[in-house]
Structures are given as structure tokens and as C-alpha cells.
Design a protein around this ligand. Sequence first.
Ligand code: ADP
Length: 168
Amino acid sequence: MKTRAIYPGSFDPITNGHIDIIRRSLKVFDEVVVVVAMNLRKSAQKGSWFSPDERIALIREVFKGEKRVRVDLCDGLIMDYARKNKVDAVLRGLRAASDFESEFMMAAINRELNENVETFFMMTGKNLFFVSSTVLKEVAAFGGSIREYVPAPVWAAVKKKLKGGDFK
Ligand code: ADP
């Protein structure tokens, strides 16, 4: 039987930190579905740079050719998505102790909502513990280069947005 994990998040935009989690998780799961979740508080905020469709397109571009990675959108509860899509596990990444509190709460409520799906936490990759979409957007907005921390299609998209003064 094939195992399917979902990796929900805002991915605004996808970073090398996310990519590292996805690649390493493929050693354990047969299929990983990256789920751009619209019900996350963050994605509803004004600070978002990329629309859900743009985020999805960027993730697809990064994983083109990798059949075991799929990308999807979820505008409801992740646990309802999991129920409807035969999901075995939810993946989350942990960067620092500060991530723990909110992740712990979310895993606990998700288990209340759907006890058939387990949450798996993966430790951040080497030299990626300080990489978050939020911090990278701040750095880029003030003119810093974030090239090292994002895949090439994201860097190109960020440069385009900055040139066009396309901030929200
Ligand atoms: P961000 O906090 O970067 O805005 P998302 O909401 O898109 O992230 O995050 C989705 C998941 O990916 C979360 O579990 C988050 O902790 C994890 N994650 C994000 N960046 C990293 C990283 N650099 N290393 C490990 N996990 C990460």
C-alpha cells in the first residue's frame, strides 16, 4: 500500500527550507502532496506576495519531473481535506523552539478533528533554520538578496515583483 503525506502551509513563496523537508520526506512516504492552505491565518493577511495560484505554479515548476510530489489547494480544514483524499500523515517542519508551541496546538486539535491521520514533524535542514517565507520577504523588500534561500523560479518571480513595485 502506498503512503501519502500532505505538507500544508502558506508557501508564500516556497523556500529552500520547504523544499528540503519535501525531498527528505520522500525517503519515507511514497507521495507528498504540497497543500497551499488558504485557511491559515497568515495567508489571509495583507502581507501575502503571491496569490494561491502563483504559489501553486511556482511549487509545480520546482518539482516538475518529480512524479511523487503533487500540489493542491485547500480552502477548508486540512483534516477534512485529509479525510477526502486518503491521507496517512501531515508533515510539518520545526525550525526552533518557538515553532513548537503553535505546532503542538495545531497537531492536538487536528487529532481531535481526525484521529486517523498522524502529524509528523521533521527537523529543519542544515543551515535552513533561519529561513522563513516571512523573513525572506522582509529582506527582499529592503533590497537584500535572498537568492541563496529560494529556488531559481521563485527568485525570478520575486525580482519581477520588486521591479514592478508590486507589493501588497
Ligand atoms: P513560513 O513559516 O515559512 O511562512 P509556511 O506556513 O509556508 O511557512 O510553512 C509550512 C511548514 O513548513 C511549517 O510546518 C513550517 O514550520 C515549515 N517550514 C518553513 N520553513 C522551514 C524551514 N526553513 N525548515 C523547516 N521547516 C520549515
